[in-house]
Design a protein around this ligand. Structure first.
Ligand code: E4P
Length: 220
């Protein structure tokens, strides 16, 4: 499973990229607004920090302007993946940009039918938002199961399932069990994945016992 980080905070991205665990980045207009930075500049910087796909979202809602904005975003760096909303103009723009060899992440997916359309439009990624579905009393992970099952029926689909709107580590484990291709995680959720109290307790005990031996591996 690939791990993307869902943020426009370049310090966080640089820290996480240094762990070697990061495969890409997703942003959205809200995350760009939160960064307080110029959109084009921040996307350029993010693209220099990671080798994998960096999703940058268009803000136009009509086909012509989506394509124009998408082409402009794609010029920022070769690893830009243009993010388009799951609307009819968005799907049409997806087809056009994909035919031009540009990566596309179709976002704001809340149903299996929408995911099916994105795959037919040739999306590189489909982003179903699990947390936002959970928030309204629907089971976000059920949607992931449905999409993985549907895409599995059609080997010709090349669209990767990118689980978005992840809120906690359990979402990540559930998505991995279902075979989702990618999870995009807020930085704090990515960091939470490593923690287990028994790891901390076990390490403290090992170090305590090691101290008693008076030895040093490096002989210092
Ligand atoms: C994904 O690409 C989106 O940016 C993101 O996962 C949305 O998450 P949220 O529902 O926590 O805003």
């Amino acid at each position: 499973m690939k791990f993307f980080v869902d943020t426009a905070d370049t310090k966080e991205i640089a820290d996480l990229a240094a762990t070697g665990l990061l495969d890409g980045v997703t942003t959205n207009p809200s995350l760009i607004a939160k960064s307080g930075r110029n959109f084009i500049e921040v996307v350029k910087e993010i693209c220099s920090l990671v080798d994998g796909p960096v999703s940058a979202e268009v803000t136009a809602i009509d086909y012509d302007n989506m394509v124009t904005e998408g082409r402009k975003l794609a010029e920022i760096a070769p690893n830009v993946c243009v993010k388009l909303p799951l609307t009819m103009p968005g799907l049409k723009a997806c087809k056009t940009l994909r035919q031009a060899g540009i990566g596309v992440n179709v976002t704001l997916c809340f149903s299996a039918a929408q995911a099916l359309l994105a795959a037919k439009a040739g999306a590189s990624f489909i982003s179903p938002f699990v947390g936002r579905l959970d928030d309204i009393g629907q089971d976000g992970m059920e949607l992931i199961a449905d999409i993985v099952e549907i895409y599995g029926q059609y080997p010709q689909f090349e669209t990767e399932v990118l689980v978005a709107s992840i809120r906690h580590p359990v979402h990540v484990v559930q998505a991995a069990k279902l075979g989702a291709d990618v999870a995009t995680l807020p930085p704090d959720v990515l960091r939470k994945l490593v923690h287990h109290p028994l790891t901390d307790k076990g390490l403290a005990a090992f170090l305590e016992d090691w101290k008693k031996t008076g030895q040093s591996i490096l002989g210092r």
